[in-house]
Design a protein. Sequence first.
Length: 260
Amino acid sequence: AALAWVPGGAPACPALCTCYVSPPTVSCQANNFSSVPAGLPPGARRLFLQNNVIGALRAGTFGPSTVTLWLYSNNISSIQPGTFRHLPALEELDLGDNPHLRVLAPDTFHGLRRLQALHLYRCQLASLPSAIFRGLHSLQYLYLQENGLLYLQDDLFADLANLSHLFLHGNRVRVLSEGVFRGLPSLDRLLLHANRLAALPGDPLAALPALQFLRLNANPWACDCRARPLWAWFRRTRVSSSPVTCASPPHRRGTDLRHL
């Protein structure tokens, strides 16, 4: 039986959901909900709505006490402006595996000053608005893998001074500009494998003083003169890295760029 924490015998738990007292939790996952159920208790801190068929998110749905919000593996295709605006306590937001999402408004996440983890993997996001991560000063984990992203603009991550993990693998990025990783002094782990990178012109990795672990494998690396900046970067850092296997020219195919 569901355990209600709302005083006065008010109907505390939406139908087909389970509610727990400590911490105040509403669990509605895997119930074939096509929209967020009505009557979510306003004091809920954890909302589990994953594995449904929810198609749209609307402003005013989630209460200001929400700390953890799981919405992964739904059918979300639209997020109304302001949906997350009045969630000052939110620390984890999982929107992953919503392949119909495709486009995010620039202010979707504005105001989430306490957000520590943002999951946007497998959402078919071919591009991201320049201001999408603005003001997310507490963010530590950002999951953008397997989206089909084609490019990442300069200063996209510039406000994320506390970010430690950035997952960008399984996209279609061909080029990284020199300013793409500006503003990431705490980044420890960067996953860029399984993209379409052939070279890193300039020195985009030089902006990452705290980097410890880097994955660049499964990219079509060109080990000609274009490889020199990346080769030189490996010479002067102690970052732990995956192999960086050359795809061209033919006489270097299969060689590790780091050991040229």
